[in-house]
Structure formats: structure tokens, C-alpha cells
Design a protein around this ligand. Sequence first.
Ligand SMILES: C[S@@+](CC[C@H](N)C(=O)[O-])C[C@H]1O[C@@H](n2cnc3c(N)ncnc32)[C@H](O)[C@@H]1O
Length: 375
Amino acid sequence: MSEYKLVATSAMGLESIVADEVKALGFNTTSDNGKIYFQGDETAIAKTNMWLRVADRVRIIAGEFHATTFDDLFEQTKAIPWERFLPVDAAFPVAGKSVKSTLYSVPDCQAIVKKAIVERLKMAYKRIGFLDESGPLFKLEVSILKDKVTLTIDSSGTGLHKRGYRVGQGDAPLKETLAAALVKLTRWNPDRPFVDPFCGSGTIAIEAAMFGQNIAPGYNREFLSEQWPWIKKSVWDQVREEVEDVANYDQPLAITGFDVDPRMVKVAQENAMEAGFMDLIQFQQRDVRDLTVEGLNGVMVGNPPYGERLGEIEEAEDITRVLGRIMKEHPSWSVYMLSSLENFETMYGKKATKKRKLFNGFIRTDFYQYWGQKQ
Ligand SMILES: C[S@@+](CC[C@H](N)C(=O)[O-])C[C@H]1O[C@@H](n2cnc3c(N)ncnc32)[C@H](O)[C@@H]1O
């Protein structure tokens, strides 16, 4: 096994949650905007891909250096031992981005990096002529920020938010990684009831169920690095075995999702079935105006409709008002709502215990947190 410099990428604002997840898997971290750095071997790559609920991807950092000329970029890229990562038949497209840097032409940077790696590999593998790139895929990225070049290899492939259970979705589904982050922020544990009154395609409820039964988010999918020759199949087999060993399928769950739209209830049920939670999560058609909750010390999480046009904003405000009125009767419950309504607290009728700024895609939202009084 070798050691690699690794980075888990995350949406802005979720770095501390991803850092906690990486630490919980046994690695030391340092964080920067949307990036959580750590070090580990092949098992670390497999394990983090399998277990990180909130991260977008896990990348390997192949090299980092400063460059302000194309010559610099070429020579320093060529100096990296690419043969350590790429077999002779590797297919390796190079994506790119450049921010506030002297080398700003991204297509040129991509072409130069590609050329430098081809030369390096031809030298290392003693090849003349073309590399046929008929083998496993390595998605490379050249990223330049203030003249600092970082060359990375994506070990995840499809983004980690794709768990493999979403067979259907509504108009505004939450990304699974953000839904998982919301669940984590509530500090819910499966002994407490859990309700999403605006469940849509069921993402938050399904993420809570996976978390509650300690099921790895990646258990139902594959990762690009599984095709790479230098991560042995036995590494993945062991990580998957562990996933089975620690999953707590017997953990009872009291998770309910409601939505006013019967089509969304059906979609949520189909997604839950795909995730293996058909009988464990209750989805029901219900307008929030008829919402009732049972039990004490429950956790309510949701992203109500934001409302973009005039009539819709009034409806979103009314929904918030109704929710506030209903939940006033359940002081032991904690309520967490992700909303872009700037007057959310006024409509809800109470100042939030805590607010956290989060981006739902490009929409700036706040995660309004009303902590219950434990009974
Ligand atoms: C932003 S979406 C939630 C998306 C969901 N988190 C997901 O991941 O798919 C808001 C949901 O609230 C539902 N909704 C709108 N008005 C409602 C009401 N009065 N009562 C209950 N649900 C409502 C919509 O049908 C929609 O599915």
C-alpha cells in the first residue's frame, strides 16, 4: 500500500461536516474553501468514497506547484511520476479551471498538461508513437488558483451524491449530500421520531434512514477507482464486507414523510423501495395544514417550497405560518427548515435558536433551527 495526498470536495458551507466525517473514519484533516485534505492509502480511497455522506467527490492530488508560464506548467507536470497512477493504456481526459491566475486560457492549460503527461508516460513505459488510451478511465483536472497549480485524479467518478436509489424526483429535489448534511446538523438519533412534512422525492427521509441504520451511502453503487489496476479488488471487497458488518438493519426507525402532492408521495415510496426502506419509512399524502405529529422529542426537517413568483411567495409564507402555529403545540420537538424566505422567522412566529447559511445549488438559503425542550 502507498500513501496518497487526498482531498474530499464539498459544497460551500459544508466543509466542517465533511471534515468531521473524514476524521470519524480515522484521518487527520485540514480544510480550505470546499476542500478537506487528508492522507491515506488505497483503503482510505475506498473507505472515504463508500462512507462520506456529505462530500461531493474524493480526489487524489498528483502534484501541486506554482506556474506562470506554459513552459513551467509543462515541465513541472512532466516531472510528476504519472506512471505511479496511470497504466500504459490509461484513458485520461483532462478537465480544467483557472481563477485569478496568469495562465488563464483553460483549453491551453488542459492541452499542455495532457501533452506533458503523454511525454512522461511514453518515457516511463518506453513507448514511441501514440498511447492508445484503451484502458481504465482516469479523470484528471488541472486547477489553477492564484498561479498555484493542482493536478488531481477523480477517484469517485459519478458524484458521491448519486447513491443509486433515486429512480424518480420532483421539480426541486435536494441533493442527497445536502440532505445528509441537514440530517447530521440536527444531531438526530434513531430513538427519536423524525418527520419531513415537505418530503418531495423523500431524499431527507431516506438519508435519515441510512444514517439511522448505519448504512454506508455508497453501498448501492460503484466508483471509478474500482476499475484501476493498483487498487486491488480485495481492498474493495474488505470495505464492502465491513459495510455489511456494521449495518444495523434491526434498528427500528420512526421516520415519516408527508407531501401535499400524491405524485411525489409515490416517487418517494419508489425511491425508498430502491434504497431498501419500503416498510421502514412511512410516506403519506398530507397538506401541512393538516399536519399532526406523535411522540416527544422528535425532529422535523424539511425544505418547504421557496416560492419564486408572487402568488407562490404568498403560499410559501402561509405554509410557514401554519407550520409555526402547529409546532408551537409541540415544544419538545426540534424543527429545522431550509428556506430562502427572508422573512421566515416572522412568518413562523418565532426567532430561530440558530441559523446557518447554506446554498441549495445556487439558491442562497438559511437553515432555520428551532431547538426543542427535551421532555
Ligand atoms: C422543495 S420541495 C421538497 C423537495 C424534497 N426535499 C426532495 O428532496 O425531493 C417542496 C415540496 O413541498 C410540497 N408542498 C407544497 N405545498 C405543500 C403543503 N401545503 N403541504 C405539504 N407539502 C407541500 C411540494 O409538493 C414539494 O414536493
